[in-house]
Design a protein around this ligand. Structure first.
Ligand SMILES: Cc1ncc(COP(=O)(O)O)c(C=O)c1O
Length: 386
């Protein structure tokens, strides 16, 4: 046990990013129960969509069962399918990529830039130039991921994709509350996706949302998400759809959560600053900067450990934290390194491979106490001293 620590700190597990209710969610759920709006549709659903649109300054949104479902609908709404290729960041969670396979298209992975950890615009430009010159069919879309709460360089990516007529879709699952030059991540490309999974900055326990300025994309996605039912009294179907709609009860939770989102961002950023101030001077430990173009929400605080300089690997650190009942997690294993995607093409790869070798996500839950945070930092210092 770390010397001088309160025993309750060691017995209670500290999770990576657990749900943190704001206080009004249960009341909203109870109101929905009182009105018997337990069905998938209901007033909270439309109000949640509207609340999110108001917050991110978007015009249209459809709330669905997960971020993965929202991405699937985004691809379907653009008619992306067999014979199409989609360029996608390799450094991400598999939920970004699976929908590309669901529609029968092929993912082509691309590396990150070392500063933002997100899709490298220079590499994208080189790639599209080469494809265009060689006569290779252009990718139908590029899916940009805003990782851990930091935006990709959207102006550069939009300009390149506009030049070559490629659609940009934003996976902002980890980036609700993230800004890029004063605009919300997720609202810059043709469509954007958010996740309300239990570990996200706000949660509906599970859920997602697709947003777009293009009303047709959202109305088509809404139709697909409700078994593609035609507007007839009887059940009429002309295309295949999905049962992807968010339930009204979960939307009620989301409405409550949204009222505390800015508080959550502030606390996440404070947690990150505390880690950085306490640990940055240890040889071999470093952190990623906030890009000057935006606001990083620090959804997860990620620490980089140079094994040779620090004297222990990120996995040694993870196990040491685990011994103290503290959950941490390696950075996402890049998709081009995943056995399931071993046949897929990869553009570059050194940056994401290096980040995977060095990165460790630290507990970032906004309900975490200052004493718990100090305890985690003490454990890290203890590993550093060994
Ligand atoms: C980058 C990224 N994309 C997509 C998803 C998928 O979201 P969901 O879990 O809501 O399906 C997640 C997280 O869960 C994610 O982190």
């Amino acid at each position: 046990m770390v010397s001088g620590q309160d025993k309750t700190l060691t017995s209670e597990r500290i999770y990576l990013s657990p749900p943190h209710m704001g206080g009004t969610e249960l009341e909203r759920v109870q109101l929905a129960f009182a009105d018997n709006w337990i069905a998938p549709a209901g007033p909270d659903l439309a109000l949640f969509e509207q609340d999110v649109c108001d917050y991110i300054h978007a015009s249209n949104a459809v709330a669905v069962s997960s971020g993965t479902a929202a991405l699937h609908l985004a691809l379907l709404a653009e008619n992306i399918g067999r014979d199409d290729e989609v360029i996608v960041s390799s450094l991400t969670f598999i939920g970004t990529v699976n929908p590309i396979l669901y529609v029968g298209a092929r993912p082509v992975f691309i590396d990150s830039d070392a500063h933002s950890w997100n899709l490298d615009p220079n590499l994208l430009e080189d790639t599209l130039r080469k494809w265009s010159k060689s006569g290779r069919k252009m990718p139908k879309a590029v899916i940009v991921v805003h990782l851990y709460g930091q935006s990709a360089d959207m102006d550069a990516i939009m300009a390149i994709c506009d030049r070559y007529g490629v659609i940009v879709q934003e996976d902002a699952a980890e980036a609700l509350g993230t800004y890029y030059k004063g605009r919300h991540a997720g609202t810059i490309g043709r469509a954007g996706v958010f996740s309300f999974n239990g570990n996200k900055i706000i949660t509906t326990s599970g859920g997602g949302m697709l947003v777009s300025e293009d009303e047709e994309i959202i109305s088509h996605a809404r139709k697909l998400a409700t078994q593609a039912r035609e507007p007839e009294a009887h059940y009429e179907h002309t295309i295949i759809g999905y049962n992807y709609r968010m339930s009204n009860i979960l939307a009620a939770i989301g409405r409550g959560q949204l009222t505390v989102l800015e508080e959550r961002v502030a606390r996440k950023r404070q947690i990150y600053d505390t880690y950085k101030n306490a640990l940055n001077d240890i040889p071999g430990i470093s952190f990623v900067d906030e890009m000057p173009y935006g606001r990083h929400t620090r959804w997860l605080s990620v620490m980089l450990i140079d094994e040779h300089e620090f004297g222990a690997s990120p996995e040694d650190m993870r196990l040491a934290l685990e011994e103290h009942n503290i959950e941490s997690r390696p950075i996402w294993k890049p998709m081009h390194m995943q056995p399931v995607f071993s046949d897929c093409e990869m553009i570059g790869g050194k940056v994401s491979e290096d980040l995977f070798t060095r990165g460790l996500c630290l507990p970032s839950g906004t309900a975490m106490s200052d004493a718990q945070l100090a305890y985690i930092i003490d454990v890290i210092h203890e590993v550093a001293a060994q």
